[in-house]
Design a protein around this ligand. Structure first.
Ligand code: NAP
Length: 493
């Protein structure tokens, strides 16, 4: 089915560098396909090091004038961008659904979610306050000011094609930085449309530059930025393996880094929990984007006394989920992003069943009506899970719930923390002393207490341990894009 946009010009098919739409220097392109059908519906430049260098040159040239604008002027331009994102929300949602696969209503939710960060950082742009320090000796004044770091390279994953890049570019611009960006291979079109809207909003040429690249070419593009001393910061969302390689490879020029990496979120249901609320919370947090989110619960620990009751309630809800292409308004779960994603899910389930897991619902590939692709998977629950299973240690990144029975609080805290990752954790309990004990001891950057929906532009989003460092959103979110400079003025007696 052809993609119908109210504004067809939002379907962009070239790189955006220095305010111009340009083909890759080498002229190469790659195809973009619909994960629901496998059908190719667009193509974009397959960029290389020369395109990345052009983007960095433009961003470096634009940095001084952008930094020197008043915070109020930058804020007004970012606000105009926000207004255009909202005005074009339906088209952006259609692009997200088509290239990423999530149902249209969810894609619209992503547009509003991403836009909320743009609005937040437009407002924060005028609040990058410094400090006066009481002088330790007479005749001096000591001050602290915040300055933009310079050119920022933003590298984003496919699971939230709009929100991930919006929540990097908006704070960078608010701080006074300029940007070079590379979206994921699978989802370049939403990012390109977002950049067109920034251009329409009047954000000056060179302030945002975006190049697209296939998985094979990505190391050339990112490698050029890693080697470029003018690129002062990398902001990355994606896998821990790539995050670690960026940390290693940026050491030569000692760039500032924000790394939003993989998770392996525990979700704990204690015996005093409101079980219906816990099921609701799990449905929201687990099945958003078909389980392809970094904060998706990967290990669900249920206290033995309520295990059977919780499992029965959950099976009823999960078995009723409707799987189908984004084009079907009834779909609640779309396709997985590609065959590799599906193969990982199948492997995790097979391993769990081999090791004594019980299949409570799902467990098979699906071929829903109206979808030609083979990337659909039934929402699945595996019971009697334990820590010898692969799914206890790796993100499954799909619609699979693994239920782990547990006996007591100390045991479940040890199990929950038994992972190198530390992005999000969730728990349901009513005893107030237990609530504080558990919240204190979970080793994650984000904790949901009797709540499954955590992310918001006003709150700091980010992990600890091998889930990375840096925070997106909130009043802490601008710090990642700024230096602290100390000024000491003497001779004042
Ligand atoms: P990924 O493979 O690490 O890719 C993320 C981005 O890095 C893409 O743009 C990718 O480009 C690029 N990339 C891949 N290999 C690279 C290399 N060698 N050098 C430089 N860049 C490279 O991750 P993904 O599979 O797309 O995304 C899923 C992961 O992201 C999961 O682990 C998830 O938990 C994590 N995630 C974390 C957060 C968070 O806030 N903590 C949010 C969302 C997702 P190509 O697409 O061209 O390969």
């Amino acid at each position: 089915m052809p993609l119908q946009l109210t504004r067809p010009e939002l379907m962009c098919s070239e790189n955006f560098i220095d305010g111009q739409w340009r083909a890759a220097v080498a002229g190469a392109r790659y195809d973009v396909s619909d994960p629901a059908s496998g059908a190719v519906f667009a193509s974009v430049p397959d960029s290389g090091a020369a395109d990345a260098a052009d983007a960095a040159n433009a961003a470096a040239a634009a940095f001084g004038p952008w930094r020197d604008r008043s915070a109020r002027e930058r804020a007004q331009l970012i606000k105009r961008w926000h207004a255009l994102i909202l005005a074009n929300a339906d088209d952006l949602a259609r692009l997200i659904s088509r290239e990423q696969g999530k149902p249209l209503a969810e894609a619209r939710g992503e547009v509003l979610y991403g836009a909320s960060y743009v609005e937040w950082f437009a407002e924060e742009a005028v609040r990058t306050y410094g400090d006066m320090i009481p002088e330790p000796v007479r005749g001096k004044k000591l001050m602290v000011v915040k300055e933009p770091v310079g050119v920022v390279a933003a590298i984003t994953p496919w699971n939230f094609p709009l929100a991930m890049i919006a929540r990097k570019i908006a704070p960078a611009l608010a701080a006074g930085c300029t940007v070079v960006a590379k979206p994921a291979e699978d989802t370049p079109l939403t990012a390109l449309a977002l950049v067109r809207l920034a251009d329409d909003a009047g954000i000056p040429a060179g302030v945002i530059n975006l190049v697209t690249a296939s998985r094979a070419q990505t190391p050339q593009v990112v490698g050029a930025w890693l080697a470029d001393a003018r690129v002062r910061k990398i902001t990355f969302t994606g896998s821990t393996a790539v995050g670690k390689s960026l940390a290693r490879d940026s050491a030569a020029t000692l760039k500032k880094l924000s790394l939003e990496l993989g998770g392996n979120a525990p979700f704990i249901v204690f015996d005093d929990a409101d079980l219906d609320a816990a099921v609701d919370g799990l449905m929201v947090s687990k099945f958003r984007n078909g389980g392809q989110t970094c904060v998706s619960p990967n290990r669900v620990y249920v206290q033995r006394a309520v295990y059977d009751a919780f499992a029965a309630k959950l099976v009823a809800r999960v078995a009723a989920l409707k799987v189908g292409p984004a084009s079907d308004p009834a779909s609640q779960i779309g396709p997985m992003i590609n065959r590799r994603a599906l193969d990982k899910i199948v492997e995790h389930i097979a391993d769990a069943l081999d090791r004594g897991g019980a299949l409570l619902t799902g467990g098979e590939r699906l071929h829903p009506a109206g979808a030609a692709g083979d990337t659909f998977f039934a929402p699945t629950i595996v019971g009697n899970a334990h820590h010898a299973m692969q799914l206890a240690h790796e993100e499954t990144f799909g619609p699979v719930v693994a239920l782990f029975p547990f006996d007591d609080e100390a045991q479940v805290i040890a199990l929950a923390n038994d992972t190198p990752f530390g992005l999000a954790a969730y728990f349901y309990a009513r005893d107030i002393a237990r609530v504080w004990r558990v919240a204190d001891r979970l080793e994650t950057g984000i904790v949901g207490i009797n709540e499954g929906a955590l992310a918001a532009e006003v709150a700091p989003f980010g992990g600890v341990k091998e889930s990375g460092y840096g925070r997106e959103g909130s009043r802490y979110g601008l710090d990642d894009y700024m230096h602290t400079k100390y000024l000491c003025m003497g001779g004042l007696t």
